[in-house]
Design a protein around this ligand. Sequence first.
Ligand code: NAD
Length: 328
Amino acid sequence: MLEGKKVLVTGGAGFLGCDLVGKLIEKGALVIVLDNLFRGKMTNLQEYLDNPNLTFIEGDVCLESDLLKCESIHSGLDIIFHLAAINGTKWFHEKARDVIENNIVGTLRTLESAQRCNARYVLASSPEAFGESKQQPLSDGNPMVFSNPAMHQRHSYGASKYLDEVATQHAIRDGLDARIVRPFNAYGPKLLGDEYGQVVAIFFQSILENEAITLHGDGSQTRSFTWIDDVTDGFIKAASDKAQSGDVFNIGSQQEVSIAQLQKMIFSIVSEDVNWFGGLPMVIMGEGYHGDSARRLPDISNNIKIDWEAKVSLNQGLQQMWDSIRSN
Ligand SMILES: NC(=O)c1ccc[n+]([C@@H]2O[C@H](COP(=O)([O-])OP(=O)(O)OC[C@H]3O[C@@H](n4cnc5c(N)ncnc54)[C@H](O)[C@@H]3O)[C@@H](O)[C@H]2O)c1
């Protein structure tokens, strides 16, 4: 289905994007990556850079001129996976204005590109599009709830994803073959563990640097961590058929764990190698981010249409991530 297809992956140098790019290349697609390297890295694409089926364009997804460049490489596009966005919770608070502009304008420009090329479109949305919705599991039709922006600006991200979904649904109404994918807390070896990174990688990095691990609040907030390979399989399945146009797929594991449980699972995995990194760090309770959701559990009932559910358990994935850290 992907052999010879002209596929644009925006944000393809990022954590999810580079894994998706690898799979698309393996399936014979002609892949173009558009990434401004704000958070993505060329090293993420290292193993494919010599592959003639990959073209990397350093550019901005908000600029029509950069998208036109991508469209001209193979004279048109068959599929656009739109992943470029400012992601990372610390950025949502620190750079709310940029998050809003980047994420919304990037989606509008890529939707226009898909319309120009008559390409199939896959939007990477987020469970954060539900804001602070208490109703779980997160299902289509649940309210999407955003709090007073005078309190905090975290929802620059979730609300931008909400508007991305609005724009995508509007384009579907106008005839575009598009669908929405919401990944739930993806993790894997290339996840960023710096202060702008995400929790699983931050915990591993703190262990390696013997720095205290901070649990936000009492660590009782839960997440549905989903292994990278499962997530990118979900993206590809979601793009496999025109019949999926208009569908929304929550790509998330059903294994719900609290952040405190996650920390204990990680400690149990790494403790066998305690001599290698020199001892487990302290665990402290600290203040969390405003607007953080208490739970994020996906309703995956719609995924029957694409035969998707998470295959890798959290314990298996954490072990694989640790093995990869140890071997590098
Ligand atoms: N990782 C997750 O668990 C998760 C969960 C929900 C949603 N998502 C969404 O999936 C997508 C990919 O997430 P990720 O974890 O790989 O994040 P990431 O930050 O690793 O990747 C995003 C990429 O987009 C690039 N980018 C940002 N702005 C750009 C611009 N204006 N022009 C070109 N490139 C730009 C960045 O440099 C980066 O390489 C994002 O849209 C994110 O919001 C991810």
